[in-house]
Design a protein around this ligand. Structure first.
Ligand SMILES: C[S@@+](CC[C@H](N)C(=O)[O-])C[C@H]1O[C@@H](n2cnc3c(N)ncnc32)[C@H](O)[C@@H]1O
Length: 289
C-alpha cells in the first residue's frame, strides 16, 4: 500500500483540481480507487498531519483524472462505481449513471406506501444499473420485485449490484421489451415504476459530450418527441396493474403535462405531477382506476 504525507496528498489534490473537474468527481476517484473516503478527506483537511495509506499510487490516480479531463469521460465509468442514495453501485458504459434526481422516486414510493408496508409486488421497466429496484427491495424486505431491461449486459450489472447490496432474494431480473417479460404477472402488480429513455431526438443531438459520447443511446433517446416509450408503457400498464395499482414515471423536464394527459386518457386516476428538488415536474404518477 503506497504511503504519503497528508500535506503532500492535500497539495496533490489541490493541483489536480486546478487542472479542471469538480471536487465531487475527484472525491469519487479517491474513494472508489484510492481508498480514501469522503469522511476521511474531511478529517484530513481539518487535521493535516501524519501519513496516509492509499490503495493505488498518486501517478495511477492522476492518470485516471487526466483521462476524465481530456476525454470528458464520466469519472463514474472510469472508476466503475457510482454512489446513489445509500448504495454503492457498479457501472459500466452499458448502463446509464443513475442520476441524483431519480432518487426522489424512492421518496415518492415512501409517500404512497409508507415506510413499513405489507407484502406486495412491484415492477421496474428499464432497470439499467438496478438502482431503483435494489433500493426498494432493501427498503421493503417483504416486497417482491421484478425488473426488466432490453439489454442483457445491463441486466448483468444490475444482478451483480443486487447480489453485492442484498442478502435477500426478493428481486428478479428479466430481459425483454418493456412489459413483454411480465406476461405471467398480468393484473398482479401493485406498483410499476419506470425511468424510460425520454429525450427527444433534437435535444439528444445537442447533449453535452460527456453524456452523448459515453452513456448508452438506448437509455436516453425517447424517439422523435421523447414520448415513444412513455406512451407504450402507459398504454399497456392497465393490463399488468391490479385495480388501484400505481404507476410512477420519470419524464423529460418539460413533459409533465403531456404525460399527465396520457395517464388520464388511459383511465388513470389520482394523476399528479411531482417536482424534483429544483422545482421541475420530473415525475408523473397515477393510479389505475
Ligand atoms: C433512462 S435509463 C434508466 C436506468 C435506471 N432505471 C435509472 O433510473 O438509472 C432507461 C433504461 O431503459 C432500458 N430500455 C431501453 N429501451 C427498452 C425497452 N424497449 N425495453 C426495456 N428496457 C429498455 C435501457 O437499456 C436503460 O437501462
Amino acid at each position: 500500500m503506497p504511503s504519503i504525507s497528508v500535506k503532500e496528498f492535500l497539495f496533490w489534490k489541490k493541483t489536480q483540481l486546478s487542472k479542471g473537474g469538480d471536487n465531487q468527481s475527484l472525491s469519487l476517484l479517491l474513494d472508489s480507487v484510492g481508498g480514501v473516503s469522503t469522511s476521511d478527506l474531511s478529517l484530513l483537511s481539518i487535521n493535516p498531519k501524519g501519513d496516509l495509506y492509499l490503495k493505488k499510487n498518486l501517478d495511477y490516480l492522476q492518470s485516471i483524472w487526466q483521462d476524465h479531463l481530456l476525454n470528458s469521460c464520466p469519472i463514474q465509468y472510469l472508476c466503475g462505481i457510482t454512489f446513489w442514495r445509500n448504495l454503492k453501485l457498479k457501472v459500466t458504459d452499458k448502463v446509464l449513471i443513475p442520476r441524483p434526481e431519480t432518487e426522489i422516486i424512492v421518496d415518492i414510493v415512501f409517500k404512497i406506501f409508507g415506510k413499513k408496508s405489507q407484502k406486495l409486488l412491484f415492477a421496474e421497466l428499464g432497470t439499467g444499473s438496478g438502482a431503483i429496484s435494489i433500493a426498494l427491495s432493501l427498503e421493503y424486505p417483504l416486497w417482491n420485485g421484478i425488473a426488466t431491461d432490453i439489454d442483457q449486459d445491463a441486466l448483468e450489472i444490475a444482478t451483480k449490484n443486487y447480489l453485492n447490496s442484498s442478502k435477500q432474494s426478493n428481486l428478479k431480473f428479466y430481459c425483454g421489451h418493456w412489459w413483454t417479460p411480465f406476461e405471467s404477472f398480468k393484473g398482479k402488480l401493485d406498483l410499476a415504476i419506470s425511468n424510460p429513455p425520454y429525450i427527444p431526438i433534437d435535444t439528444y443531438e445537442k447533449l453535452p459530450k460527456e453524456v452523448k459520447n459515453f452513456e448508452p443511446k438506448i437509455a436516453l433517446l425517447g424517439g422523435e418527441d421523447g414520448l415513444t416509450h412513455i406512451r407504450e408503457i402507459i398504454q399497456k400498464a392497465p393490463l399488468y396493474l391490479k385495480e388501484k395499482g400505481w404507476l410512477i414515471l420519470e419524464n423529460h423536464f418539460d413533459h409533465g403535462e403531456k404525460v399527465k394527459q396520457l395517464l388520464i386518457k388511459n383511465k388513470f386516476k389520482s394523476v399528479e405531477i411531482v417536482n424534483d428538488l429544483s422545482g421541475i415536474g420530473r415525475f408523473t404518477i397515477g393510479r389505475y382506476k
